[in-house]
Ligand binder design. Structure first.
Ligand SMILES: Nc1ncnc2c1ncn2[C@@H]1O[C@H](COP(=O)(O)OP(=O)(O)OP(=O)(O)O)[C@@H](O)[C@H]1O
Ligand SMILES: [Mg+2]
Length: 510
Protein backbone atom coordinates (compact mmCIF):
# COMPACT_ATOMS: atom_id res chain seq x y z
CA UNK A 1 0.00 0.00 0.00
CA UNK A 2 2.70 2.52 0.88
CA UNK A 3 5.15 3.94 -1.63
CA UNK A 4 7.89 1.53 -2.57
CA UNK A 5 10.65 4.03 -3.23
CA UNK A 6 12.83 3.56 -0.17
CA UNK A 7 11.35 0.27 0.85
CA UNK A 8 13.42 -2.68 -0.14
CA UNK A 9 13.47 -6.34 0.59
CA UNK A 10 16.62 -5.87 2.61
CA UNK A 11 16.35 -7.36 6.06
CA UNK A 12 16.97 -4.84 8.82
CA UNK A 13 16.15 -6.87 11.90
CA UNK A 14 16.56 -10.61 12.12
CA UNK A 15 15.58 -12.50 15.27
CA UNK A 16 16.14 -16.25 15.17
CA UNK A 17 15.18 -19.15 17.38
CA UNK A 18 14.23 -17.03 20.37
CA UNK A 19 13.00 -19.04 23.37
CA UNK A 20 12.08 -17.84 26.83
CA UNK A 21 10.62 -19.78 29.73
CA UNK A 22 9.15 -18.47 32.97
CA UNK A 23 8.22 -20.79 35.81
CA UNK A 24 5.22 -22.68 34.46
CA UNK A 25 5.06 -20.66 31.21
CA UNK A 26 6.79 -21.07 27.89
CA UNK A 27 6.50 -17.44 26.83
CA UNK A 28 8.49 -17.84 23.58
CA UNK A 29 9.31 -20.98 21.68
CA UNK A 30 11.83 -20.93 18.87
CA UNK A 31 10.49 -17.66 17.47
CA UNK A 32 11.87 -16.28 14.18
CA UNK A 33 10.94 -12.68 13.42
CA UNK A 34 12.35 -10.31 10.85
CA UNK A 35 11.65 -6.77 9.70
CA UNK A 36 12.65 -5.18 6.40
CA UNK A 37 14.19 -1.79 6.11
CA UNK A 38 11.54 0.91 5.89
CA UNK A 39 8.52 -1.29 6.42
CA UNK A 40 5.67 -1.06 8.90
CA UNK A 41 5.35 -4.50 10.37
CA UNK A 42 2.31 -5.48 12.45
CA UNK A 43 2.70 -7.81 15.41
CA UNK A 44 -0.55 -9.37 16.59
CA UNK A 45 -1.77 -12.24 18.75
CA UNK A 46 -4.12 -12.98 21.61
CA UNK A 47 -3.40 -11.77 25.14
CA UNK A 48 -0.49 -13.75 26.49
CA UNK A 49 0.72 -14.83 23.03
CA UNK A 50 4.21 -13.47 23.71
CA UNK A 51 4.32 -10.12 21.89
CA UNK A 52 5.63 -8.06 24.80
CA UNK A 53 8.12 -10.74 25.74
CA UNK A 54 9.52 -10.86 22.20
CA UNK A 55 9.80 -7.06 22.15
CA UNK A 56 11.41 -7.19 25.61
CA UNK A 57 14.13 -9.40 24.18
CA UNK A 58 14.55 -7.00 21.26
CA UNK A 59 14.93 -4.06 23.63
CA UNK A 60 17.44 -5.90 25.74
CA UNK A 61 15.27 -5.81 28.85
CA UNK A 62 14.49 -9.53 28.89
CA UNK A 63 17.13 -12.21 28.54
CA UNK A 64 16.23 -14.91 26.07
CA UNK A 65 17.14 -18.48 27.01
CA UNK A 66 18.37 -19.01 23.45
CA UNK A 67 18.37 -17.45 20.01
CA UNK A 68 20.05 -14.53 18.25
CA UNK A 69 19.24 -10.96 17.25
CA UNK A 70 20.91 -9.22 14.30
CA UNK A 71 20.60 -5.73 12.81
CA UNK A 72 21.90 -5.24 9.25
CA UNK A 73 23.40 -8.70 9.37
CA UNK A 74 25.44 -7.86 12.47
CA UNK A 75 24.66 -10.07 15.41
CA UNK A 76 24.06 -8.12 18.60
CA UNK A 77 25.88 -9.95 21.32
CA UNK A 78 25.58 -8.93 24.92
CA UNK A 79 21.99 -7.71 24.60
CA UNK A 80 21.48 -4.82 26.97
CA UNK A 81 19.12 -1.84 26.59
CA UNK A 82 22.13 0.28 25.62
CA UNK A 83 23.33 -2.18 22.96
CA UNK A 84 19.89 -2.19 21.41
CA UNK A 85 19.57 1.60 21.48
CA UNK A 86 23.01 1.89 19.91
CA UNK A 87 21.88 -0.48 17.18
CA UNK A 88 19.02 1.94 16.40
CA UNK A 89 16.14 0.13 18.12
CA UNK A 90 13.71 2.34 19.98
CA UNK A 91 10.49 1.69 21.88
CA UNK A 92 7.53 4.05 22.17
CA UNK A 93 5.38 2.75 25.00
CA UNK A 94 1.65 3.16 25.31
CA UNK A 95 2.10 5.45 28.28
CA UNK A 96 4.58 7.91 26.99
CA UNK A 97 7.24 8.95 29.36
CA UNK A 98 7.95 12.59 28.73
CA UNK A 99 8.85 15.31 31.17
CA UNK A 100 5.40 16.82 31.36
CA UNK A 101 6.10 20.15 32.99
CA UNK A 102 8.99 20.91 30.66
CA UNK A 103 8.47 22.41 27.23
CA UNK A 104 8.58 20.48 23.98
CA UNK A 105 11.98 22.05 23.25
CA UNK A 106 13.42 21.02 26.62
CA UNK A 107 12.15 17.50 26.12
CA UNK A 108 13.90 17.31 22.78
CA UNK A 109 17.20 18.70 23.98
CA UNK A 110 17.16 17.39 27.54
CA UNK A 111 20.69 16.64 28.77
CA UNK A 112 22.01 18.50 25.78
CA UNK A 113 20.88 22.11 26.13
CA UNK A 114 22.98 24.63 24.18
CA UNK A 115 24.81 27.09 26.43
CA UNK A 116 25.87 30.65 25.68
CA UNK A 117 29.37 31.99 26.32
CA UNK A 118 28.51 32.64 29.96
CA UNK A 119 27.70 28.99 30.48
CA UNK A 120 24.00 29.70 30.77
CA UNK A 121 21.34 27.89 28.81
CA UNK A 122 20.75 29.72 25.55
CA UNK A 123 16.95 29.55 25.39
CA UNK A 124 16.72 31.21 22.01
CA UNK A 125 18.98 28.52 20.58
CA UNK A 126 17.07 25.80 22.42
CA UNK A 127 13.80 26.88 20.84
CA UNK A 128 15.17 27.53 17.37
CA UNK A 129 17.15 24.34 17.25
CA UNK A 130 14.32 22.09 18.40
CA UNK A 131 11.80 23.85 16.15
CA UNK A 132 14.08 23.28 13.18
CA UNK A 133 14.58 19.64 14.04
CA UNK A 134 10.84 19.03 14.27
CA UNK A 135 10.22 20.87 11.00
CA UNK A 136 12.69 18.60 9.26
CA UNK A 137 10.44 15.70 10.28
CA UNK A 138 7.39 17.57 9.06
CA UNK A 139 6.10 18.10 12.57
CA UNK A 140 4.75 21.55 13.29
CA UNK A 141 4.12 22.33 16.94
CA UNK A 142 5.01 25.20 19.21
CA UNK A 143 8.14 24.02 20.99
CA UNK A 144 7.75 26.57 23.79
CA UNK A 145 4.58 24.98 25.16
CA UNK A 146 4.78 22.48 28.01
CA UNK A 147 4.37 18.85 27.00
CA UNK A 148 1.37 18.45 29.30
CA UNK A 149 -0.62 20.67 26.92
CA UNK A 150 -0.12 18.30 23.98
CA UNK A 151 -2.75 15.84 22.80
CA UNK A 152 -1.99 12.13 23.08
CA UNK A 153 -1.27 11.90 19.35
CA UNK A 154 1.16 14.82 19.56
CA UNK A 155 2.95 13.19 22.47
CA UNK A 156 3.29 9.97 20.53
CA UNK A 157 4.69 11.86 17.55
CA UNK A 158 7.07 13.74 19.81
CA UNK A 159 8.25 10.45 21.32
CA UNK A 160 8.85 9.11 17.80
CA UNK A 161 10.70 12.29 16.88
CA UNK A 162 12.92 11.95 19.94
CA UNK A 163 13.73 8.38 18.94
CA UNK A 164 14.66 9.60 15.45
CA UNK A 165 16.91 12.33 16.85
CA UNK A 166 18.69 9.52 18.68
CA UNK A 167 19.21 7.80 15.31
CA UNK A 168 16.55 5.12 15.62
CA UNK A 169 16.05 3.01 12.52
CA UNK A 170 13.50 0.62 13.99
CA UNK A 171 10.75 1.97 16.22
CA UNK A 172 8.40 -0.22 18.21
CA UNK A 173 4.93 1.26 18.66
CA UNK A 174 2.92 -0.45 21.39
CA UNK A 175 -0.85 0.04 20.93
CA UNK A 176 -0.33 3.66 19.91
CA UNK A 177 -3.94 4.38 19.00
CA UNK A 178 -5.69 3.11 22.13
CA UNK A 179 -6.57 6.56 23.43
CA UNK A 180 -6.90 8.37 20.10
CA UNK A 181 -9.86 9.74 18.17
CA UNK A 182 -10.11 9.04 14.47
CA UNK A 183 -8.79 12.49 13.58
CA UNK A 184 -5.75 11.93 15.79
CA UNK A 185 -5.17 8.46 14.34
CA UNK A 186 -5.04 10.01 10.85
CA UNK A 187 -2.54 12.56 12.07
CA UNK A 188 -0.32 9.93 13.66
CA UNK A 189 -0.52 7.57 10.69
CA UNK A 190 0.48 10.21 8.18
CA UNK A 191 3.42 11.15 10.38
CA UNK A 192 4.48 7.50 10.65
CA UNK A 193 4.17 7.04 6.88
CA UNK A 194 6.27 10.13 6.27
CA UNK A 195 9.06 8.68 8.43
CA UNK A 196 8.71 5.32 6.72
CA UNK A 197 9.36 7.03 3.41
CA UNK A 198 12.69 8.16 4.84
CA UNK A 199 13.57 4.53 5.43
CA UNK A 200 12.60 4.13 9.08
CA UNK A 201 11.02 0.78 9.98
CA UNK A 202 8.25 0.32 12.54
CA UNK A 203 6.91 -2.60 14.51
CA UNK A 204 3.24 -1.97 15.19
CA UNK A 205 1.67 -3.91 18.08
CA UNK A 206 -2.11 -3.68 18.13
CA UNK A 207 -5.36 -5.40 18.90
CA UNK A 208 -7.13 -3.11 16.40
CA UNK A 209 -6.96 -5.32 13.38
CA UNK A 210 -8.54 -2.83 10.98
CA UNK A 211 -5.74 -0.42 11.77
CA UNK A 212 -3.17 -3.11 11.11
CA UNK A 213 -4.64 -3.38 7.62
CA UNK A 214 -4.62 0.37 7.24
CA UNK A 215 -1.01 1.07 8.15
CA UNK A 216 1.08 -2.11 7.88
CA UNK A 217 2.93 -3.63 4.95
CA UNK A 218 3.33 -7.05 6.55
CA UNK A 219 2.02 -8.69 9.69
CA UNK A 220 3.36 -11.42 11.96
CA UNK A 221 0.99 -13.48 14.07
CA UNK A 222 1.95 -15.07 17.38
CA UNK A 223 0.10 -17.75 19.27
CA UNK A 224 1.12 -19.49 22.51
CA UNK A 225 4.69 -18.20 22.31
CA UNK A 226 5.18 -19.31 18.73
CA UNK A 227 5.25 -17.48 15.43
CA UNK A 228 2.28 -18.69 13.40
CA UNK A 229 3.42 -16.88 10.27
CA UNK A 230 4.25 -13.63 8.50
CA UNK A 231 2.09 -12.40 5.62
CA UNK A 232 1.97 -9.52 3.18
CA UNK A 233 -1.05 -7.42 4.18
CA UNK A 234 -2.19 -7.30 0.56
CA UNK A 235 -2.51 -11.08 0.53
CA UNK A 236 -4.83 -11.53 3.52
CA UNK A 237 -7.98 -10.12 5.11
CA UNK A 238 -9.35 -9.71 8.66
CA UNK A 239 -10.99 -13.16 8.90
CA UNK A 240 -7.78 -14.86 7.76
CA UNK A 241 -5.80 -12.87 10.30
CA UNK A 242 -8.22 -13.76 13.10
CA UNK A 243 -8.05 -17.38 12.07
CA UNK A 244 -4.26 -17.29 12.35
CA UNK A 245 -4.50 -15.63 15.78
CA UNK A 246 -7.03 -17.88 17.44
CA UNK A 247 -6.72 -21.04 15.36
CA UNK A 248 -10.38 -20.81 14.33
CA UNK A 249 -13.21 -18.32 13.90
CA UNK A 250 -14.35 -15.93 16.59
CA UNK A 251 -17.82 -16.51 17.89
CA UNK A 252 -20.16 -13.69 16.89
CA UNK A 253 -21.65 -11.48 19.49
CA UNK A 254 -25.27 -10.49 19.57
CA UNK A 255 -27.30 -9.10 22.37
CA UNK A 256 -30.90 -8.45 23.25
CA UNK A 257 -31.93 -5.76 25.65
CA UNK A 258 -32.55 -6.81 29.25
CA UNK A 259 -33.50 -3.34 30.44
CA UNK A 260 -36.29 -3.23 33.02
CA UNK A 261 -38.61 -0.45 34.18
CA UNK A 262 -37.14 0.48 37.51
CA UNK A 263 -34.58 3.30 37.63
CA UNK A 264 -31.48 2.31 39.59
CA UNK A 265 -29.09 5.10 38.74
CA UNK A 266 -29.84 8.72 38.19
CA UNK A 267 -27.69 11.79 37.68
CA UNK A 268 -29.51 15.14 37.84
CA UNK A 269 -28.02 18.46 36.83
CA UNK A 270 -24.50 17.52 37.78
CA UNK A 271 -21.93 20.25 37.12
CA UNK A 272 -18.32 20.72 38.06
CA UNK A 273 -16.51 23.75 36.82
CA UNK A 274 -13.97 22.96 34.14
CA UNK A 275 -15.14 19.34 33.86
CA UNK A 276 -18.84 18.92 32.98
CA UNK A 277 -22.08 20.89 32.96
CA UNK A 278 -25.72 20.02 33.67
CA UNK A 279 -25.30 16.32 33.15
CA UNK A 280 -28.56 14.39 33.33
CA UNK A 281 -28.63 10.66 32.81
CA UNK A 282 -30.45 7.68 34.16
CA UNK A 283 -30.21 3.93 33.89
CA UNK A 284 -32.84 1.30 34.50
CA UNK A 285 -32.27 -2.14 35.94
CA UNK A 286 -30.37 -4.24 33.45
CA UNK A 287 -29.81 -1.37 31.09
CA UNK A 288 -26.52 -0.99 29.25
CA UNK A 289 -25.76 2.66 28.59
CA UNK A 290 -22.84 3.87 26.51
CA UNK A 291 -21.09 7.19 26.99
CA UNK A 292 -18.57 8.47 24.50
CA UNK A 293 -16.59 11.64 24.06
CA UNK A 294 -13.15 12.94 23.15
CA UNK A 295 -10.44 13.52 25.70
CA UNK A 296 -11.39 16.69 27.50
CA UNK A 297 -15.12 16.28 26.76
CA UNK A 298 -15.73 15.51 30.42
CA UNK A 299 -16.39 11.76 30.16
CA UNK A 300 -13.25 10.78 32.05
CA UNK A 301 -13.85 13.35 34.78
CA UNK A 302 -17.47 12.26 35.13
CA UNK A 303 -16.54 8.58 35.44
CA UNK A 304 -13.96 9.26 38.12
CA UNK A 305 -16.26 11.54 40.09
CA UNK A 306 -19.07 8.99 40.00
CA UNK A 307 -16.73 6.51 41.64
CA UNK A 308 -15.61 8.90 44.35
CA UNK A 309 -12.16 9.51 42.85
CA UNK A 310 -12.89 13.19 42.44
CA UNK A 311 -15.43 15.83 43.48
CA UNK A 312 -18.92 15.43 42.03
CA UNK A 313 -19.66 19.15 42.07
CA UNK A 314 -23.20 20.49 42.29
CA UNK A 315 -26.28 18.47 41.42
CA UNK A 316 -27.62 15.12 42.52
CA UNK A 317 -26.91 11.46 42.03
CA UNK A 318 -29.25 8.68 43.18
CA UNK A 319 -28.54 4.96 43.45
CA UNK A 320 -31.68 2.87 43.99
CA UNK A 321 -33.45 6.10 44.86
CA UNK A 322 -31.02 6.95 47.67
CA UNK A 323 -28.80 10.04 47.49
CA UNK A 324 -25.32 9.00 46.46
CA UNK A 325 -22.30 11.19 47.09
CA UNK A 326 -19.27 8.98 47.52
CA UNK A 327 -16.35 10.56 49.34
CA UNK A 328 -14.07 7.76 48.24
CA UNK A 329 -14.06 4.64 46.06
CA UNK A 330 -14.63 2.63 49.21
CA UNK A 331 -17.91 4.44 49.86
CA UNK A 332 -18.92 4.10 46.22
CA UNK A 333 -18.25 0.41 46.39
CA UNK A 334 -20.28 0.06 49.60
CA UNK A 335 -23.21 1.78 47.89
CA UNK A 336 -23.17 -0.89 45.21
CA UNK A 337 -21.24 0.98 42.54
CA UNK A 338 -18.23 -0.74 41.02
CA UNK A 339 -15.79 0.87 38.61
CA UNK A 340 -13.29 -0.54 36.15
CA UNK A 341 -10.65 2.17 35.73
CA UNK A 342 -9.65 3.01 32.21
CA UNK A 343 -6.17 1.93 32.71
CA UNK A 344 -4.84 -0.05 35.59
CA UNK A 345 -1.30 0.99 34.71
CA UNK A 346 -2.07 4.60 35.18
CA UNK A 347 -3.29 3.95 38.70
CA UNK A 348 -0.29 1.80 39.44
CA UNK A 349 2.40 4.02 38.01
CA UNK A 350 3.66 5.85 41.06
CA UNK A 351 6.01 8.21 39.29
CA UNK A 352 3.52 9.47 36.74
CA UNK A 353 0.55 10.13 38.98
CA UNK A 354 -0.36 12.26 41.97
CA UNK A 355 -0.23 11.07 45.54
CA UNK A 356 -4.02 11.20 45.65
CA UNK A 357 -4.39 8.85 42.73
CA UNK A 358 -1.84 6.48 44.13
CA UNK A 359 -3.65 6.41 47.45
CA UNK A 360 -7.04 5.85 45.88
CA UNK A 361 -5.61 3.08 43.82
CA UNK A 362 -4.60 1.29 46.98
CA UNK A 363 -8.15 1.67 48.26
CA UNK A 364 -9.42 0.10 45.11
CA UNK A 365 -6.79 -2.54 45.42
CA UNK A 366 -7.79 -3.30 49.01
CA UNK A 367 -11.38 -3.75 47.98
CA UNK A 368 -10.41 -6.00 45.20
CA UNK A 369 -7.87 -7.63 47.51
CA UNK A 370 -10.54 -8.35 50.08
CA UNK A 371 -12.49 -10.05 47.40
CA UNK A 372 -9.40 -11.94 46.37
CA UNK A 373 -9.14 -13.29 49.90
CA UNK A 374 -12.79 -14.23 49.82
CA UNK A 375 -12.19 -16.08 46.64
CA UNK A 376 -9.22 -17.92 47.97
CA UNK A 377 -11.08 -18.86 51.12
CA UNK A 378 -14.32 -20.20 49.75
CA UNK A 379 -14.65 -19.36 46.13
CA UNK A 380 -11.71 -20.75 44.29
CA UNK A 381 -14.37 -21.97 41.95
CA UNK A 382 -15.48 -18.46 40.95
CA UNK A 383 -11.91 -17.65 40.03
CA UNK A 384 -11.62 -20.77 37.95
CA UNK A 385 -14.95 -20.03 36.34
CA UNK A 386 -13.75 -16.60 35.22
CA UNK A 387 -10.37 -17.86 34.11
CA UNK A 388 -12.31 -20.17 31.91
CA UNK A 389 -14.99 -17.67 30.81
CA UNK A 390 -12.47 -14.99 29.87
CA UNK A 391 -9.72 -17.29 28.66
CA UNK A 392 -7.24 -15.82 31.14
CA UNK A 393 -3.78 -17.14 30.28
CA UNK A 394 -2.15 -18.08 33.58
CA UNK A 395 -0.40 -21.13 35.00
CA UNK A 396 -2.97 -21.21 37.84
CA UNK A 397 -5.20 -19.25 40.20
CA UNK A 398 -2.32 -18.35 42.52
CA UNK A 399 -0.12 -16.60 39.93
CA UNK A 400 0.57 -13.00 40.90
CA UNK A 401 -1.42 -10.78 38.60
CA UNK A 402 1.67 -8.69 38.02
CA UNK A 403 3.22 -11.55 36.08
CA UNK A 404 0.37 -11.86 33.59
CA UNK A 405 0.43 -10.20 30.19
CA UNK A 406 -1.16 -6.73 29.91
CA UNK A 407 -4.46 -7.91 28.48
CA UNK A 408 -4.76 -10.72 30.96
CA UNK A 409 -4.31 -8.31 33.88
CA UNK A 410 -7.16 -6.27 32.46
CA UNK A 411 -9.33 -9.39 32.30
CA UNK A 412 -8.57 -10.22 35.95
CA UNK A 413 -9.69 -6.80 37.16
CA UNK A 414 -12.84 -7.09 35.10
CA UNK A 415 -13.53 -10.55 36.52
CA UNK A 416 -13.12 -9.38 40.08
CA UNK A 417 -15.55 -6.51 39.58
CA UNK A 418 -18.08 -8.67 37.81
CA UNK A 419 -17.90 -11.19 40.66
CA UNK A 420 -18.81 -8.57 43.29
CA UNK A 421 -22.36 -8.39 41.91
CA UNK A 422 -22.72 -4.61 42.05
CA UNK A 423 -25.99 -2.76 41.37
CA UNK A 424 -24.26 -0.33 39.10
CA UNK A 425 -21.15 -1.13 37.13
CA UNK A 426 -19.13 1.62 35.47
CA UNK A 427 -16.67 0.34 32.88
CA UNK A 428 -14.05 2.69 31.52
CA UNK A 429 -12.66 1.47 28.17
CA UNK A 430 -13.24 -2.18 29.15
CA UNK A 431 -11.79 -3.69 26.00
CA UNK A 432 -8.62 -1.64 25.76
CA UNK A 433 -5.69 -3.96 25.17
CA UNK A 434 -7.72 -7.17 25.07
CA UNK A 435 -7.73 -9.49 22.09
CA UNK A 436 -10.58 -10.17 19.66
CA UNK A 437 -11.79 -13.29 21.42
CA UNK A 438 -11.53 -11.77 24.90
CA UNK A 439 -13.67 -8.85 23.75
CA UNK A 440 -16.47 -11.22 22.89
CA UNK A 441 -15.99 -12.96 26.26
CA UNK A 442 -16.24 -9.62 28.05
CA UNK A 443 -19.37 -8.73 26.04
CA UNK A 444 -20.95 -12.01 27.10
CA UNK A 445 -20.29 -11.30 30.75
CA UNK A 446 -21.71 -7.78 30.39
CA UNK A 447 -24.73 -9.46 28.85
CA UNK A 448 -25.04 -11.93 31.79
CA UNK A 449 -24.74 -9.13 34.34
CA UNK A 450 -27.36 -7.02 32.63
CA UNK A 451 -29.70 -10.03 32.54
CA UNK A 452 -29.20 -10.24 36.32
CA UNK A 453 -30.36 -6.64 36.61
CA UNK A 454 -27.05 -4.80 36.93
CA UNK A 455 -27.19 -1.35 35.33
CA UNK A 456 -24.01 -0.89 33.31
CA UNK A 457 -22.45 2.35 32.14
CA UNK A 458 -19.76 1.83 29.52
CA UNK A 459 -17.47 4.72 28.77
CA UNK A 460 -15.68 3.95 25.57
CA UNK A 461 -14.27 5.40 22.40
CA UNK A 462 -14.95 2.13 20.56
CA UNK A 463 -18.15 3.25 18.92
CA UNK A 464 -18.75 0.05 17.00
CA UNK A 465 -18.48 -1.98 20.18
CA UNK A 466 -20.89 0.34 21.96
CA UNK A 467 -23.42 -0.07 19.18
CA UNK A 468 -23.35 -3.84 19.54
CA UNK A 469 -23.62 -3.69 23.29
CA UNK A 470 -25.70 -0.73 24.40
CA UNK A 471 -29.39 0.01 24.66
CA UNK A 472 -28.61 3.71 24.42
CA UNK A 473 -25.52 5.77 23.68
CA UNK A 474 -24.92 9.29 24.99
CA UNK A 475 -22.34 11.59 23.50
CA UNK A 476 -20.53 14.22 25.49
CA UNK A 477 -18.88 17.25 23.95
CA UNK A 478 -17.25 20.14 25.77
CA UNK A 479 -18.64 19.08 29.12
CA UNK A 480 -22.25 18.56 28.06
CA UNK A 481 -24.30 15.65 26.89
CA UNK A 482 -25.07 16.74 23.35
CA UNK A 483 -26.67 13.70 21.72
CA UNK A 484 -28.51 10.51 22.44
CA UNK A 485 -28.83 7.48 20.18
CA UNK A 486 -30.83 4.39 20.98
CA UNK A 487 -31.53 0.92 19.75
CA UNK A 488 -35.25 1.62 20.16
CA UNK A 489 -35.04 4.65 17.86
CA UNK A 490 -32.87 2.63 15.46
CA UNK A 491 -30.52 5.58 15.03
CA UNK A 492 -27.26 4.09 16.32
CA UNK A 493 -25.31 4.64 13.13
CA UNK A 494 -21.52 4.74 13.54
CA UNK A 495 -20.98 7.74 11.22
CA UNK A 496 -23.56 9.84 13.07
CA UNK A 497 -22.17 8.94 16.47
CA UNK A 498 -18.59 9.64 15.41
CA UNK A 499 -19.63 12.97 13.99
CA UNK A 500 -21.37 13.87 17.26
CA UNK A 501 -18.27 12.87 19.22
CA UNK A 502 -16.12 15.21 17.15
CA UNK A 503 -18.64 17.97 17.83
CA UNK A 504 -19.97 17.83 14.28
CA UNK A 505 -23.56 18.58 15.20
CA UNK A 506 -22.60 21.57 17.27
CA UNK A 507 -20.66 23.02 14.38
CA UNK A 508 -23.63 22.44 12.11
CA UNK A 509 -26.03 24.09 14.55
CA UNK A 510 -24.11 27.24 15.16
N1 LIG B 1 7.85 -11.99 34.42
C1 LIG B 1 7.00 -12.99 34.10
N2 LIG B 1 6.85 -14.06 34.92
C2 LIG B 1 6.02 -15.06 34.59
N3 LIG B 1 5.32 -15.13 33.46
C3 LIG B 1 5.42 -14.10 32.60
C4 LIG B 1 6.26 -12.98 32.87
N4 LIG B 1 6.16 -12.11 31.83
C5 LIG B 1 5.30 -12.67 30.96
N5 LIG B 1 4.86 -13.87 31.42
C6 LIG B 1 3.93 -14.77 30.71
O1 LIG B 1 4.41 -14.97 29.39
C7 LIG B 1 3.32 -15.10 28.48
C8 LIG B 1 3.48 -14.09 27.35
O2 LIG B 1 3.22 -12.79 27.87
P1 LIG B 1 3.33 -11.45 27.02
O3 LIG B 1 3.26 -10.34 27.98
O4 LIG B 1 4.51 -11.54 26.13
O5 LIG B 1 1.98 -11.51 26.14
P2 LIG B 1 1.39 -10.43 25.09
O6 LIG B 1 1.30 -11.12 23.77
O7 LIG B 1 2.16 -9.19 25.17
O8 LIG B 1 -0.10 -10.23 25.64
P3 LIG B 1 -1.02 -8.89 25.76
O9 LIG B 1 -1.71 -8.72 24.44
O10 LIG B 1 -2.02 -9.29 26.81
O11 LIG B 1 -0.17 -7.76 26.16
C9 LIG B 1 2.05 -14.90 29.30
O12 LIG B 1 1.53 -16.17 29.62
C10 LIG B 1 2.55 -14.19 30.53
O13 LIG B 1 1.72 -14.46 31.63
MG1 LIG C 1 1.72 -7.22 25.92
Amino acid sequence: MAEANLKTDEILLDMRGISKTYPGVQALEDADFSVRRGEIHGLVGKNGAGKSTLMGVLMGIRDADSGSVAMDGQELVDASPQTMLDAGISYVPQHINLLNTLTVAENILVGNLPKNRFGLVDWKAVNEDSQARLSRLGLEMDVRQPVEGLSVAERTMLAIAKALFANARLIILDEPTAALSRVEIDLLFSFVRAQQEQGVAFIYISHHLEEVFEICDRVTVMRDGRIVGTREISEIDVPILIHMMVGGGVQEYERESAAGEQTVFEVRGLSRRGAYEHVDLSMNRGEVLGLSGLQGSGVDELAQALFGLDRLGVGEVLVDGEPYRPGSPKQAFESGVAYLPQDRHRFGLVQLRSVRENVTYSVLDRLVGRLGVLMRAGEQQITEEYIDKLGIVTPGTEQRTLLLSGGNQQKVVFAKLAATQPHVLILHEPTQGVDVQAKVDIFNIIDDLSAQGVAILIISSEVRELIGLCDRILVMYEGRITDEFSRAAKDMRPEDILLAIEGGRNVGDS
